[in-house]
Write a protein of this length. Structure first.
Ligand code: FES
Ligand code: FES
Lengths: 151, 752
């Protein structure tokens, strides 16, 4: 066990955990931030996507010991009022079915648009291929990303 | 105007009471008018829906409609309250929807599945809204001393035209609560609907996009421990020995022990299905990561299990079924060989019209083809999990389950508690697809909590979830068609079976459209457990049948839509046999609609088209896929889809669900399979089990609903089965090769 000082959604948080603990479980079990989802635990589904220093990252493969002082953003901190352009676009297109994968989809899409504000369809697909939606909302995810990109 | 009797019986009572703040609570059984007759039970015995709930009107006019049935992504939590709101005649903006608890005192039955929610709920949801509206009108008429007939309503406001008086529902709610429940009420004319047929956003939408705790896995309680369970790693194995010396002493671990989910003498119902009747190993600790690590340190030995018989009662009829689970460590390669062997033998006749043997003998041409599909895991994005807190005299359970009432019974029996001491609450569910009908994990959670005497959350890892079983069965079908010298279809034969059930629906199309028709079915025993999977049986047989019909149409030299329409015309005008369980006109209707909407017959360069149509779960669907082959893989440009499910409640959600069914069907038939080696599942996570990805989904999906005033039917399942046929047919056009075995792309390059 070791103490880690983390910067999550603009707040300082301290946890005392095994250094190998993935951020996914630090968030969910220790910090009560359950918006970040467990889907596979092996970096194969994208449900656990967070931002680390602004970069989309699979939190199931990110040991807490590797975070250092980089800022973490989770779905709960993506915007203060749930009005990030990607969140708004998700509501406009009524993307969710069961909704379980959508936090990961939104976090990945938000980081992607940050780097590529005007993506082509092929670029959207390539960026989002790592996020599984078992309910099959892919067509809407693409449409919502285009809306969020303003195109 | 339809006047309906408010058939609220003794057990589905309707109760009103005044709220402290002056509002009204109306309790009712949402399915009071729809008690299934025995025939209906036989027609759809697998899954049923029965929901109950109540609505509240606050003194400020805000209406809360409780949504009592499980929300698994099919949008019932939005769409069903819309029906109540319509007949209540309120502004949807003033409606709040809440998930109702399971309440066995008030409710007769709660179960989600079979695309039955809207269909079964339709009349009673309308009646519930209309009853409340009628009581508000009567209260208002008394207050204003005018005849009730003169009171009209609009968007939550009561009006009296002659006196010019008006009042909000909230003002009259307390008085309305004291009005006797009317014996009959008038329903709206369909043309007067204001909410039904308009697109309303998911009531949980904001909570979903902001990451609020909604799902079972998100549920927490003070002092709650985390539990994981280790089942045998292969079908046909049972636990031999446990060495937990390392695991036990690992950080955060509270206890390691074994449990048996169901007692040996327990009489199971069908939702208690499990392939593992013996002991499983449980690790309980403080956090998920610690428990995951400790279970890896367990040293477990397994041994072959003997043959056993899994006997369970049907959830509605109580009829007992028994499935033989042979002592074996099964292999996929042997499965395929055995199924092919069965396909070549005579089987049990399920339907016979005319003289198929003679017709085949005298045919100018006989076409015979075999189709197969593998076991599939449901893979809900949220793995199985449940919270339980069991104390000496009660059990409290919370989580995602499609059959809460039945699992309440299982838990009560297992713990030896009276039913009323067991309480199950439902969370939002990260997918269902049939998997959460089978609630062994609810019972497991209860047993574990009882054993450690603490609140626990049982969590399945993805690997636990994928390897547990209760899969979509593996299937195999042989089709034969006979053409005469003029290339007319004179006989049709299907012989199909699977591990461990047959997918044949003998009275479906093209039964009724061909003079000589034969349907046969067979089944093979397997110890790999199966369960209902989105559109059970149809999810294979539709694709096989529709691929085969494509090939027969080609042999007959006919356009595939025209060929089907001719058969449907025959079935409409001069049907063969009496038990054909489809309406030929509606079937033809969706084919004609998709033909128009897709501009069928117009060729685009390098775009290949396939068509398919199917009827299951009470709805008619026709689909056209446009694809080309790029870099050796199918690129699906567009899917055109026509659906006849009667009245559409919430178009945006209905379209979303239709898109999902299509993507799901394309994904599974192209990529997905569970295979077995010596009983061990060869896939246990998404690195090996291929699910469809964003870039592989169709680039566009157009869904067209047939407009009619027929009572609504289901949408969760019927979109899924036919797309596999349309896909196979388009792949044939693109590659010149027919695709018979799913998954179509298993280890294959598809060359255009
Ligand atoms: S849970 Fe991290 S990628 Fe699936
Ligand atoms: S909405 Fe259900 S998994 Fe994506």
């Amino acid at each position: 066990m070791a103490i880690f000082n983390l910067n999550i959604n603009g707040k300082k948080q301290q946890v005392d955990v095994d250094p190998a603990t993935p951020m996914l479980w630090v968030l969910r079990d220790h910090l009560n931030l359950v918006g970040t989802k467990y889907g596979c635990g092996i970096a194969a589904c994208g449900a656990c996507t967070i931002h680390l220093g602004g970069v989309a990252m699979r939190s199931c493969q990110l040991p807490v010991s590797q975070v250092g002082n980089q800022a973490i953003t989770t779905i709960e901190g993506l915007s203060e009022k749930g009005d990030h352009p990607v969140q708004k676009a998700w509501l406009e297109h009524d993307v969710a079915q069961c909704g379980y994968c959508q936090a990961g989809q939104i976090m990945n899409a938000a980081a992607f648009l940050q780097n590529n504000p005007n993506p082509s369809d092929a670029e959207i697909e390539a960026a989002m291929n790592g996020n599984i939606c078992r309910c099959g909302t892919y067509v809407r995810i693409k449409a919502a990303i285009k809306t969020a990109a303003g195109g | 105007m339809a006047i309906v009797k408010t058939t609220y019986g003794r057990r589905s009572f309707l109760k009103t009471s005044a709220l402290a703040g002056g509002g009204m609570v109306l309790g009712f059984s949402w399915l009071a008018s729809c008690q299934p007759t025995p025939e209906e039970v036989l027609a759809m015995p697998k899954e049923w829906f029965n929901i109950n709930g109540f609505l509240k009107i606050g003194e400020n006019g805000v209406v809360t409609i409780m949504s009592p049935n499980p929300e698994i992504g099919q949008n019932v939590k939005t769409s069903m309250p819309m029906i109540v709101a319509e007949e209540l005649d309120v502004d949807w903006k003033n409606v709040i929807v809440e998930q109702a608890p399971l309440n066995t005192d008030l409710y007769v039955r709660q179960l989600a599945g079979g695309s039955q929610s809207i269909r079964q709920g339709w009349q009673s949801l309308r009646m519930a809204g209309a009853t409340a509206r009628q009581m508000l009108r009567e209260a208002t008429a008394q207050a204003w001393k005018v005849p009730v007939e003169e009171i009209t309503t609009e968007a939550g406001v009561l009006h009296h035209k002659n006196s010019g008086k008006s009042a909000g529902y909230g003002e009259m709610a307390a008085a309305a609560a004291k009005v006797t429940v009317p014996k009959e009420v008038t329903l709206k004319e369909i043309k007067d609907f204001k909410i039904i047929g308009t697109s309303q956003k998911n009531v949980d939408g904001v909570n979903i996009v902001t990451g609020k705790p909604l799902f079972g896995l998100d549920y927490k309680r003070d002092g709650m421990l985390i539990a994981m369970i280790v089942h045998p790693p292969a079908f046909g194995l049972k636990l031999k020995s446990v060495d937990d010396s390392t695991a036990r002493s690992m950080p955060g671990i509270k206890d390691v022990f074994t449990i048996q989910t169901f007692n040996d003498d327990y009489k199971k119902h069908m939702f208690d299905a499990t392939a593992f009747p013996g002991l499983a190993v449980v690790v309980v600790g403080n956090t998920t990561w610690e428990v995951m690590n400790a279970r890896k340190a367990l040293k477990l030995e397994w041994e072959p299990m003997g043959e056993f018989s899994d006997t369970y009662a049907h959830f509605m009829t109580g009829a007992l079924s028994s499935r033989k689970m042979p002592a074996a460590l099964e292999n996929t390669s042997e499965h395929m060989a055995k199924m092919a062997e069965m396909g070549a033998k005579l089987a049990k006749v399920a339907r016979k019209d005319g003289d198929p043997e003679a017709a085949f003998k005298n045919a100018a041409q006989v076409i015979e083809r075999n189709y197969s599909a593998p076991f599939l895991a449901h893979n809900t994005m949220e793995p199985m999990n449940f919270f339980a807190h069991v104390t000496a005299d009660k059990a409290e359970l919370v989580g995602p389950i499609q059959t809460p009432e039945y699992m309440e019974k299982s838990v009560a029996a297992r713990l030896g508690l009276p039913l009323e001491k067991v309480d199950i609450q439902m969370t939002r569910q990260g997918g269902g697809f049939g998997r959460r009908l089978y609630g062994h994990f609810v019972v497991e959670a209860a047993v574990i909590s009882q054993k450690v005497n603490a609140p626990i959350k049982l969590v399945y890892s993805r690997e636990d979830d994928m390897t547990f079983g209760n899969y979509r069965p593996a299937y195999y079908a042989t089709y034969r068609a006979a053409l005469d010298a003029n290339k007319n279809l004179i006989a049709f034969h299907v012989r199909a079976g699977g591990l461990p059930e047959s997918p044949v629906a003998a009275n479906r199309f093209p039964a009724g459209a061909v003079d000589n028709y034969l349907a046969e079915e067979w089944a093979l025993d397997s110890n790999i457990s199966i369960g209902a999977f989105r559109a059970p049986r149809s999810n294979f047989i539709a694709g096989a049948e529709q691929s085969f019909l494509d090939e027969v149409a080609e042999a007959a030299g006919k356009d595939p839509i025209e060929f089907r329409l001719e058969l449907l015309d025959r079935a409409l005008k001069n049907p063969v046999g009496a038990d054909n369980d489809y309406e030929a006109a509606r079937y033809a209707g969706v084919l004609e609609l998709v033909r128009t909407k897709s501009n069928w017959g117009q060729q685009q360069p390098n775009v290949h088209r396939g068509v398919s149509a199917y009827f299951c779960h009470n709805s008619y669907v026709a689909q056209v896929i446009d694809l080309s082959i790029e870099n050796g893989k199918p690129l699906i440009h567009k899917v055109h889809c026509a659906v006849d499910c009667g009245i559409v409640i919430n178009p945006i959600a209905a379209t979303n669900l239709a898109e999902g069914g299509i993507v799901d069907g394309i994904g599974h038939s192209l990529f997905s399979a569970m295979s077995f080696k010596d009983g061990f599942p060869e896939q246990n996570n998404f690195d090996k089990y291929r699910l469809i990805r964003n870039g592989e989904a169709p680039k566009a999906i157009e869904v067209h609903f047939v407009k009619n005033e027929i009572d609504p039917t289901g949408l969760g399942e019927p979109l899924n089965p036919p797309i596999m046929g349309a896909l196979a047919n388009a792949l044939y056009k693109a590659t010149g090769k027919r695709f018979y075995d799913q998954p179509f792309l298993a280890g294959k390059e598809v060359l255009g």
